[in-house]
Design a protein around this ligand. Structure first.
Ligand SMILES: Nc1ncnc2c1ncn2[C@@H]1O[C@H](COP(=O)(O)OP(=O)(O)OP(=O)(O)O)[C@@H](O)[C@H]1O
Length: 972
């Protein structure tokens, strides 16, 4: 290379070549570190200044000639990069710290790292950042203290953002930051920032970054935690399996433990309850072996809750929580959200033993922690409300409800309000306002669904709704709630909740006049509560049972009633209102006509047939019907699937014979089925039908567990996505999209809608608004491509009169106009570069600076952006800011092109024909040839093109009765 060329690439030339790119981006392009670029740009005389040499110089020269650097000819980044950035001495000092972290020896690691950072022994920025990252790791994962961790990491995060750290160190810092922003602490938690830092770290990761497998695993841990704390099931589902996959490349034992904790939660969320229990147990045990107190305690708390759901003895759960307290929370570690979860299990266990005062003290402690963390109080509402209910403090439940509904903290606000609604319903129920209580439970359920599906609140609300609807004599509604509650319990099983549901069902059966079946349910409830060691609830069920027996005119009921009430008094439980007290005494239907008795031996062969392993679901269903045909000849057995409203879809059997003896059952994955025969059946015939249906239910569940049937547990009932007027979604892809939109309706998360031009992005945005809790507030659409650059900022953020030439009046700006509602930013890719940081700021903290105003304005707006362009490409071209890009990607929604969802074509065409036909005239039918032509076309202009075709066909000539293919004139 000539001397001239070398001189041409002095600091100035390099800065010019870099242009608007960050040092990190420029360095990545050349395969060097940002520090190297920084040194190239120093004045030649500076001590640290360097000049590019060799193949890097060659690449720079290609760049300066307008070409792309031939990256393959550059030295591949290698682990030596780390050697360059951190001196040999520093490495020797840092490496033992890594070992300490891997051994979960937090105290020594803290001492050593603090010593290194304060002694001045680490001089390079990379070494200091790595040490600080390690210390933050100690605080976050060793001591569950995200705030302290943050303070340590923050200065280095700034360096990483500024591009002044080498890639490897910056990747580590971003990964740690992602984990901190995913911490359950109301002052810190920010899912958008998690996204940003995950993306930054990922962009920097490469084979040259030491322990990149570990960093990736950390990123997955952060993403999963953020999804959980944000509480959006769609986001959680998106993470399924990713953490486990990332774990495969990890050797670090501490990190493996941390990740297995996340995997256990994911398993629980998927409804694989027993596997989740096993994972919590294994993680707790493994953490105990290495002396990792925080993780042991945390998993013991979850294990205790799982065991309570599985109906273990409360003493066992208390033992688990006691151990958790011993290892972590008797002064050793600060109390974070893990403490709250453990305390919740503890309070639950204590209440089962009737130790209400102790339970209350535990709940008080836990509540103090949530307040300190500025975290949502909803985790404790269920336990607190139940405690108040059992001890007869109904006014306090109302007070609790009001307090929860007022919660205005930063996390899961709508969900917390839904819990408030739940507590209010309980207060109504306790005071006998059954109708209002039923509505309250229904509304808590609906809100939980709206804000992302929350299964546990839905389960509890549905159980409450069964009893209250029954008490209010709304029997079909009670049945519908029962069906949905059972389906929820199959996906999120809990023996204790099943016992509660049985009791509610008992109440419903009484109201339906089916007293004997009610007794059976109540006995089942009693047995399960006793199994779960819940003495007060068992006593309550015993009392209900005694009341039922009394109504049936049985002898000795007064004694058992008195005994159960005495037992309740001993525990300090106030007996609730007896909702059946005003019913007339039971009058059971006469015994059906005598038919031959069915003995136990008649069960053997049917059981054998149904219990054959290896059958898939369709075979089991057929076998069930065949078995019933054999057992009940001439009674035309049928099998049907039910939706939550009780609407039946026939699956098997003769549809034209009336079946009137039905038994409902579940397939263990949320589907409700029913099997019926023409009745009436004798009592033992009905018992046999029930037994076979149950067995078939188990067989179906086993088939699913063994992988003989495909079962994606439905996360919400299929009818949960309500209709949106004018939004056509006939294809499976669009129906799924609509369900997703309904799931997102309660969150404020920014949504980005992508899809080809004319595919319906704006329609999707509008539907999302209409489905959301903001539906009654403004929806404002703003097309970024339609506004001249110079007016852009004023139009978006508002301006005062005279703020710039031409601003003749005050303008509130579209953001303020949308306050409380939704802002749709169409063609976001056209957003001028200079406006992008301002929009980013608004997305991050809801603050805008209108032109000409001195103070920022706070606005509550949910932003939906849309683009038909490849934003990633715009980022690479430097036309769209990377940070804004990641900020927008919190919830991406893709609208497929029309050619990929042909099932929508006819539905859309009919919709447009109806919409565009002149008013007062009968819209024409689409002829068969027209339908065929519509379906055959490839629709490059998507739905817009389809709309235009229909519009054109209606515009010319008189309106025919049938629109034929000739009138459509599809072009192309
Ligand atoms: N699912 C749908 N149901 C009813 N109408 C639809 C649907 N999808 C699209 N349309 C109609 O098709 C036309 C184009 O839709 P829209 O403007 O939402 O597309 P877009 O993807 O935002 O287009 P662009 O990228 O050009 O802005 C509109 O008239 C809209 O009403």
């Amino acid at each position: 290379m000539s001397r001239n060329e070398a001189e041409a690439l002095g600091p100035e030339a390099i800065r010019a070549l870099r242009g608007e790119q960050s040092r990190a981006a420029f360095a990545r392009q050349l395969g060097v570190t940002p520090l190297t670029v920084y040194r190239w740009e120093l004045p030649q005389a500076a001590a640290q200044a360097r000049r590019p040499r060799g193949r890097v110089m060659e690449a720079l020269r290609q760049l300066s000639e307008g070409g792309q650097p031939a990256l393959h000819s550059l030295p591949r980044p290698s682990s030596s990069l780390f050697r360059q950035d951190v001196s040999r001495e520093e490495r020797a000092r840092l490496s033992p710290c890594l070992t300490l972290l891997q051994r979960a020896d937090w105290r020594t690691a803290e001492d050593t790292l603090l010593g290194l950072l304060t002694s001045g022994a680490l001089r390079t920025p990379a070494a200091r950042a790595l040490a600080a990252g390690g210390l933050a790791y100690v605080y976050r994962w060793g001591f569950e203290d995200a705030r302290r961790a943050f303070t340590v990491l923050l200065p280095h995060l700034d360096e990483a953002e500024a591009g002044s750290l080498p890639d490897a160190a910056a990747a580590h810092v971003h990964a740690m930051a992602a984990n901190l922003f995913a911490s359950p602490d109301g002052r810190i938690f920010d899912a958008g920032k998690v996204n940003v830092h995950v993306a930054r770290a990922e962009a920097l990761l490469g084979p040259h970054v030491f322990s990149s497998g570990e960093v990736r695993c950390h990123l997955r841990v952060a993403e999963l935690a953020a999804a959980f704390y944000l509480g959006t099931p769609e986001l959680i589902i998106r993470q399924y399996g990713r953490l486990e996959e990332a774990l495969m490349g990890v050797a670090d034992p501490t990190l493996r433990l941390l990740a297995s904790d996340g995997v256990a939660h994911e398993t629980a969320f998927r409804g694989e309850a027993s596997l989740a229990t096993r994972r919590f147990r294994e993680t707790a045990q493994a953490a105990a072996r290495v002396g990792y107190a925080f993780l042991e305690a945390r998993n013991l708390g979850f294990l205790a809750q799982r065991r309570l759901d599985e109906a273990c003895e409360p003493d066992e759960a208390l033992g688990l929580v006691r151990r958790a307290r011993e290892v972590a929370w008797s002064g050793q570690l600060p109390r974070g959200l893990s403490f709250v979860f453990a305390a919740r299990a503890e309070a639950d266990a204590l209440m089962r033993l009737g130790r209400f005062a102790e339970a209350e003290a535990v709940l008080d402690q836990a509540e103090a922690v949530t307040e300190e963390l500025r975290w949502t109080p909803h985790h404790l509402v269920g336990q607190r409300a139940r405690l108040l209910y059992l001890t007869g403090r109904y006014a306090d439940i109302r007070e609790l409800a009001a307090r929860i509904s007022r919660y205005d903290g930063p996390v899961q606000q709508p969900l917390t309000r839904a819990y408030g609604c739940f507590a209010e319903a309980l207060a109504d129920w306790a005071e006998g306002h059954v109708q209002r209580a039923a509505e309250g439970y229904a509304s808590a359920h609906a809100r939980a669904l709206e804000v992302g599906g929350w299964p546990y609140l839905r389960r509890d609300s549905l159980i409450g709704e069964v009893g209250t609807r029954a008490a209010a004599f709304q029997l079909p509604e009670a049945r519908a709630a029962l069906r949905r509650a059972r389906s929820m319990l199959e996906q999120f099983p809990s023996a204790w909740h099943t016992a509660l549901l049985h009791r509610q069902e008992g109440l419903l059966l009484v109201r339906e006049g089916r007293w004997r079946e009610a007794r059976e349910k109540l006995e089942a409830s009693l047995a399960t509560f006793s199994l779960a060691g819940d003495q007060p609830e068992a006593a309550l069920t015993r009392r209900t049972l005694a009341l039922t027996a009394r109504a049936l005119g049985e002898a000795g009921t007064e004694t058992s009633l008195a005994q159960s009430e005495e037992e309740l008094r001993r525990y300090g439980v106030t007996p609730p209102l007896d909702f059946n007290a005003d019913l007339p005494p039971a009058q059971e239907a006469p015994a059906p006509e005598a038919t031959p008795r069915l003995g136990a031996e008649s069960l053997v062969v049917p059981f054998e047939r149904l219990a054959v392993r290896g059958m898939g679901a369709p075979l089991i269903q057929r076998e069930l019907v065949a078995v019933l045909e054999g057992l009940f000849p001439g009674r035309a057995p049928r099998l049907e699937e039910l939706d939550s409203q009780g609407r039946a879809t026939p699956l098997l059997g003769e549809a034209d014979v009336l079946a009137n003896e039905w038994v409902e059952f579940g397939d263990g994955c949320g589907r409700r089925l029913r099997v019926g025969v023409a009745g009436p059946l004798p009592a033992d015939g009905r018992a046999l039908l029930s037994a076979l249906a149950r067995l078939a239910g188990f067989a179906l569940e086993v088939a699913v567990l063994r992988g003989f049937a495909h079962a994606e547990p439905p996360l919400r009932e299929p009818e949960s996505a309500p209709e949106v007027p004018g939004f056509i979604a006939a294809s499976p892809a669009m129906r799924k999209l609509k369900t997703e939109l309904a799931g997102l309706s309660g969150s404020r998360a920014t949504v980005i809608v992508t899809g080809e031009s004319g595919s319906g992005k704006e329609v999707v945005a509008r539907a999302l608004h209409q489905l959301s809790a903001r539906a009654e507030r403004p929806y404002v659409a703003f097309n970024c491509a339609a506004v001249p650059r110079e007016l852009f900022e004023g139009q978006l953020f508002g301006h005062r009169r005279g703020a710039y030439t031409g601003a003749a009046t005050d303008h509130p700006g579209v953001i303020r106009t949308a306050h409380g509602g939704t802002l749709f930013l169409d063609e976001i890719g056209e957003l001028p570069l200079e406006v992008q940081p301002k929009l980013l700021r608004f997305l991050e903290n809801g603050e805008i600076f209108p032109l000409g105003e001195t103070r920022p304005a706070h606005v509550d707006v949910r932003v939906i952006a849309a683009t038909h362009r490849d934003l990633g490409q715009l980022v690479r071209e430097g036309r769209f800011r990377e940070d804004l890009y990641y900020r927008l990607q919190v919830v991406p929604v893709h609208v497929p092109p029309l050619r990929e969802r042909r099932e929508d074509i006819i539905a859309l065409a009919r919709h447009f024909v109806n919409q565009l036909s002149p008013e007062g005239r009968e819209p024409p039918q689409l002829g068969p040839d027209a339908l065929a032509a519509l379906v055959a076309h490839s629709w490059p202009g998507n739905v817009r093109e389809l709309r235009n075709v229909i519009e054109r066909s209606l515009a010319f000539g008189s309106l025919p009765a049938v629109l034929g293919a000739d009138r459509l004139r599809i072009i192309g």
